[in-house]
Design a protein around this ligand. Structure first.
Ligand code: HEC
Ligand code: HEC
Length: 208
């Protein structure tokens, strides 16, 4: 009997982790527990409601919950392997069970994103062009094809709008050198030049 119950709740947890959950789909106790963890622990780096002000720490507010849950599972499984992921997030994610991961993801997904911040106008214009059109001569696809107009993302692709440029830039480098090993973004980033990465990151940070 115990095994049956364990299996049923494991299946339920798996379903929850995979489904894209709004805050309304999470049990009230799980929601409260996640809020407590977010405020007491995660806020130290990611800021209240996930609106981080430190450029090394990604903003989580308004990010798609399915993406957030997948990243927390990847830190926990130690498959997102950049040195900062290892140093900061493997330990944070290790004790989180599937229900807590789903509830934290729903919590941040339901927050309104913080504003973007201005940057060098030339870099923003160059970045906007790369985002919309890619760099055909270098085989770089338009980012908009996946991350969507305004870089607000979809259920399948993360929101990039308003994210810290420093964080975005580091992720692009990590995709390029496969420390963050994701085939689709390695393909996108492998031939991006440093100045192109900087331009597109500056552009994305400027969006609201
Ligand atoms: C001590 C600082 C610190 C704390 C505390 C912390 N994080 Fe993080 N978090 C980071 C850093 C740094 C990164 C970026 C890692 C990288 O560069 O790969 C990150 C990345 C993430 C990401 C990936 C975001 C993205 O856009 O891909 C998620 C999700 C996340 N953290 C959730 C949490 C949650 C939930 C908690 C609380 C349980 C938490 N973090 C606590 C520092 C922290
Ligand atoms: C074919 C679809 C596709 C295209 C085109 C694409 N991306 Fe992505 N991108 C993804 C996926 C999928 C992820 C999530 C990877 C993961 O699961 O860790 C992602 C993740 C990212 C991240 C990490 C976000 C975070 O919060 O950590 C950045 C930064 C990024 N993409 C930038 C870009 C830029 C810049 C371009 C254009 C030069 C681009 N992407 C084009 C699919 C795409």
């Amino acid at each position: 009997m115990k095994t049956l119950i364990t299996t049923a709740s494991a299946v339920a947890a798996l379903f929850m982790a995979q489904a894209s959950l709004s805050a309304d789909d999470i049990a009230p106790e799980a929601r409260l527990a996640a809020q407590h963890v977010a405020v007491m622990t995660c806020a130290t780096c990611h800021g209240p409601q996930g609106r981080s002000i430190v450029p090394k720490f990604p903003a989580l507010a308004g990010q798609h919950s399915k993406y957030l849950a997948a990243q927390l599972q990847a830190f926990k499984a130690q498959t997102r392997g950049d040195p900062d992921a290892l140093g900061y997030m493997w330990g944070m994610a290790a004790p989180l069970n599937d229900e807590m991961i789903a509830a934290l993801a729903a919590y941040y997904g339901a927050q309104s994103p913080g504003g973007g911040s201005a940057g060098d106008a030339g870099a923003i214009a160059r970045g906007a062009d790369i985002y919309a059109n890619g760099v055909a001569a270098e085989g770089i696809p338009p980012c908009v094809a996946c991350h969507g107009p305004g870089a607000v993302g979809t259920d399948e692709y993360p929101r990039l709008a308003g994210q810290h440029a420093q964080y975005l830039l580091k992720q692009l480098r990590s995709f390029q050198n496969n420390m963050r090993n994701v085939a689709v973004m390695h393909g996108v980033a492998q031939d991006l030049k440093a100045n192109e990465m900087e331009a597109v990151a500056t552009y994305l940070q400027s969006l609201r």
